[in-house]
Design a protein around this ligand. Structure first.
Ligand SMILES: NS(=O)(=O)c1ccc(O)c(NC(=O)NCCCCO)c1
Ligand SMILES: [Zn+2]
Length: 257
């Protein structure tokens, strides 16, 4: 099965997922100079009535799922032609003292990257259908840099003790990811893919320019998670679960104001 190790990591994913060598793969490096598109409006995150359900360890990351049976929490505006429903959010991070973001900015990595995953329920009847369509998903990427404690992240890191092993899940109600947003919603946007297998080229990426600060202590709690299940004998700390930047292949990256 795919993973982030020497034998099953990003460099060999193309063997089972040939789209890994495709023309709109993610993540990418964001160059210093990006074309500014004045026609790009602000991104709007309507999360006031969002309903978080649970938090789980899927063997690749820690994921918080939301009730997406109606339009109670959606993102719209910016490059999007429809509203997209919030389905889940998850993180990618590095090892102790090492950066672990997926996208990079002028060659620089951040400590971690948060992905807020949304799907186009106007055009597609399920997340899985949307995930296979070129305009099916919209993922908001937020960079995490080490600094002060993040005031609200402890609710997530405290719950991680309950989902240490792959396949574990526990209730996680009443969490609104709006508390994880940086002060500015200025963004870069481009057409890309899922950054893990199946690597579907179905994502409109919206990367917020400003990072949020989290403490090294809080990040350390992410690394208490395990890639492996409780019953597996070889223990493996969940860290460095990021794909490196992929070729741009002529794609245009646009910047909001
Ligand atoms: N990193 S991402 O581009 O935001 C991203 C957003 C939504 C996704 O669904 C995936 N990938 C995924 O679900 N892969 C199935 C195996 C995991 C559970 O075993 C990646
Ligand atoms: Zn992700």
């Amino acid at each position: 099965h795919w993973g982030y190790g020497q034998e099953n990591g990003p460099d060999v994913w193309h063997k089972n997922y040939p789209v890994a060598l495709g023309s709109r793969q993610s993540p990418i490096d964001i160059p210093r100079q990006v074309s500014h598109d004045p026609s790009l409006g602000p991104i709007v995150l309507d999360y006031d009535h969002c309903t978080s359900i649970n938090i789980s360890n899927n063997g690749h990351s820690v994921v918080v799922y939301f009730d997406d049976t109606d339009d109670r929490s959606v993102i719209h505006g910016g490059p999007l032609e429809n509203p997209y429903r919030l389905k889940q959010f998850h993180f990618h991070w590095g090892g102790k003292g090492c950066d672990g973001s997926e996208h990079t900015v002028a060659g620089n990595s951040y400590a971690s990257e948060l992905h807020l995953v949304h799907w186009n329920a106007v055009k597609y009847k399920s997340f899985d259908h949307a995930a296979a369509a070129p305009d099916g998903l919209a993922v908001v990427g937020i960079f995490l840099e080490t600094g002060d404690d993040h005031r609200w992240l402890h609710t997530i890191t405290d719950a991680m003790y309950m989902v240490k092993y792959k396949g574990s899940v526990t209730d996680f109600k009443g969490f609104n990811p709006k508390c994880l947003l940086p002060s500015s919603l200025h963004y870069w946007t481009y057409l890309g893919s899922l950054t893990t297998p199946p690597l579907h080229e179905s994502v409109t990426w919206i990367l917020l320019k400003d990072p949020i600060a989290v403490s090294e202590k809080q990040l350390g709690k992410f690394r208490l998670l395990q890639f492996t299940g409780e019953e597996e004998d070889q223990r493996s700390r969940m860290e460095n679960n990021f794909r490196p930047p992929q070729p741009l292949k002529g794609r245009r990256i646009r910047s909001s104001n």
